[in-house]
Design a protein around this ligand. Structure first.
Ligand code: HEM
Length: 349
């Protein structure tokens, strides 16, 4: 079914058929033009979850993102389907909190993310990438996700957190099955198995790293979290575990997805690929373009704290409001046409 077959209002945005070949860009384009704040009344795979609003333009995504008093991250979690990522887990991470608690916890984490601390990793990251690519020498083909992106992102975030190299594959498995809980390729044992097996294993492994650092501080980010202090306050144990989870999950998934999608776009477009190969100076532009076109996370969700209005639609207290970055990053009045023409990865919008 395509958007033109049926009334836009009746579209069910989250039906699996729309997503088999990636995000449904044609549907989102039509929504941006004809129904930019759209209500999906049900998700057939999750009949108990009810409906949700789709926010599809950059202007509206900005408005929702900035107005935490009206659109809460804490009330209902940050994923459209609550049962694949329970709200209790989301709330234990600062991405699932609202101010002022969000800002207090985030300030503690930021001790580990000063520009100086990040810059100090640059040479090591270069080494990790070089080593990974050198490991492919002599091969005719490789799997970009599993042979390049996964080992690189695992070691980069692993070195930030103080995870021993030999545990990279284990953490990659834990993160892939937790974040891809509904994806049989990444998590063949199903959603319940994640709660029964993976989540306890994450807590157990992380708890061990925390107690080691309580005894013997190190210079990694886990130790920063264990000992961080703002106005005399430190993080509670479960806040450290969930903060660790948030960073390892984000570090594992985000850059891997954006890098692989950007590379695929280049591989599928020989002319653009040649441009970048001939002039490596275009790489930074291609990276920015990849971030815009393939924003790693298709969406994050908010929950309305009161009755409100967005794009002329009446949103009721308690409604789910989904910000579709895969849509809002595509052409709108905030992103003039020529931004989409940055050389390197230029796709029709
Ligand atoms: C391709 C790269 C990335 C993209 C596209 C991306 C995207 C996003 C987006 C859209 C949010 C906002 C969520 C919201 O408003 O609810 C977010 C939050 C966050 N991201 Fe990323 N991210 C990327 C890489 C990373 C990496 C590498 C890390 C950590 C190592 C990270 C850690 C976080 C954290 C901790 C938050 C929560 C911030 C807060 O609540 O204030 N992200 N990310």
């Amino acid at each position: 079914m395509t958007a033109t077959d049926t009334n836009l209002e009746d579209q069910l945005v989250l039906e699996r058929e729309h997503w088999v070949d990636g995000p449904p860009h044609a549907l989102f384009r039509e929504l941006r033009q004809g129904c930019p704040v759209h209500y999906t009344r049900e998700v057939s795979e999750f009949p108990d979850e009810g409906g949700f609003w789709s926010v599809t333009t950059a202007e509206d995504v900005h408005a929702v993102s900035r107005d935490w008093q009206t659109y809460s991250s804490e009330l209902g979690g940050v994923t459209v389907i609550s049962s694949v990522f329970p709200v209790e887990l989301a709330r234990a991470m600062f991405i699932g909190m609202d101010p002022p608690k969000h800002d207090r916890v985030k300030a503690l984490f930021q001790a580990g993310f000063t520009p100086k601390r990040i810059a100090a990793h640059e040479d090591a990251i270069r080494e990790i990438v070089k080593r990974t690519l050198d490991g492919l020498a002599g091969r005719e083909t490789c799997d970009l996700v599993n042979d390049v992106a996964q080992p690189v992102v695992s070691r980069v975030i692993g070195s930030f957190m103080g995870i021993p190299k030999e545990d990279d594959a284990t953490w990659a498995r834990l993160m892939n099955s937790t974040l891809g809980a509904g994806d049989p390729d990444l998590n063949p044992d199903g959603v319940e198995a994640v709660m029964e097996k993976e989540i306890p294993e994450i807590f157990e492994r992380c708890g061990r790293m925390i107690s080691e650092r309580r005894e013997n501080p190190t210079d990694d980010l886990t130790s920063v979290l264990v000992h961080a202090e703002v106005d005399g306050e430190t993080l509670a144990e479960h806040e450290i575990v969930m903060g660790f989870f948030l960073l390892v999950a984000a570090g594992n998934d985000s850059t891997k997805a954006t890098y692989c999608s950007g590379m695929r776009a280049l591989l599928e477009d020989p002319a653009q690929r040649k441009l970048v190969l001939d002039d490596p100076g275009l790489v930074p532009g291609a990276v920015e373009e990849s971030l815009r076109m393939f924003p790693a996370f298709a969406h994050f969700r908010r929950t309305a704290t009161k009755d409100t209005e967005l794009g002329g639609r009446h949103i009721k207290e308690g409604d789910r409001v989904v910000m579709w970055y895969v849509s809002s990053n595509r052409r709108t009045s905030l992103l003039p046409r020529d931004r989409a023409r940055a050389p390197g990865v230029a796709h029709p919008l």
